[in-house]
Design a binder for this molecule. Structure first.
Ligand code: GDP
Ligand code: MG
Length: 159
């Protein structure tokens, strides 16, 4: 990270796509990735993976003890997720804005949850809530490391 760029972890939950055939037909995965790609953020890591219970519990450790915790872990472990690391100026804050509020009915139209989700327990996507938590989550989800490539569009996006 030569420049002053944040990184964030996004988990695109695909369970909805399995539950709802229209989600697959509409190409939801590509649509969501595309928003971050078009914005100009750098994709540093991405993989489709099944989530083991231990990883789900670690990822959501801050929510342990809350009534929705067991259901939340079950949800994140219920199907494969696409785990991604995006990098760019203020990507944590921007990413949270692009994702929308935790409760989809409070998410603005134009956000991912505002456009594609209906209930809090199926809100499609996780985004790190701070640079510090992103660092922890990157270590948790991408112990193998990230890719440090440079885009040919770089000077047209970054001043
Ligand atoms: P986020 O950072 O916007 O994802 O929200 P939080 O960190 O507060 O919560 C993590 C995830 O737990 C949310 O994305 C929801 O999927 C789930 N969650 C949070 N609050 C509730 C709740 O009150 N009920 C249920 N069923 N799930 C919740
Ligand atoms: Mg959170």
């Amino acid at each position: 990270q030569s420049e002053n760029l944040d990184t964030t972890v996004l988990l695109l939950d695909l369970e909805k796509a399995y539950d709802k055939p229209d989600g697959v037909q509409r190409g939801l995965i590509a649509e969501i990735i595309s928003r971050f790609e078009k914005k100009g953020f750098y994709l540093r890591g991405m993989k489709l993976m099944d989530v083991k219970k231990a990883l789900g519990e670690q990822h959501y450790a801050e929510h342990e003890g809350k009534p929705f915790f067991p259901g939340l872990v079950k949800y994140i472990c219920s199907g494969p997720v696409v785990a991604m690391v995006w990098e760019g100026p203020n990507v944590v804050a921007s990413g949270r804005q692009m994702i929308g509020a935790t409760k989809p009915h409070e998410s603005a139209a134009g956000t991912i949850r505002g456009d594609y989700a209906l209930t809090v327990g199926r809100n499609l996507i996780h985004g790190s809530d701070a640079v510090e938590s992103a660092k922890k989550e990157i270590a948790l989800w991408f112990p193998e490391g990230l890719s440090q490539w440079k885009s040919c569009q770089h000077p047209w996006i970054y001043e």
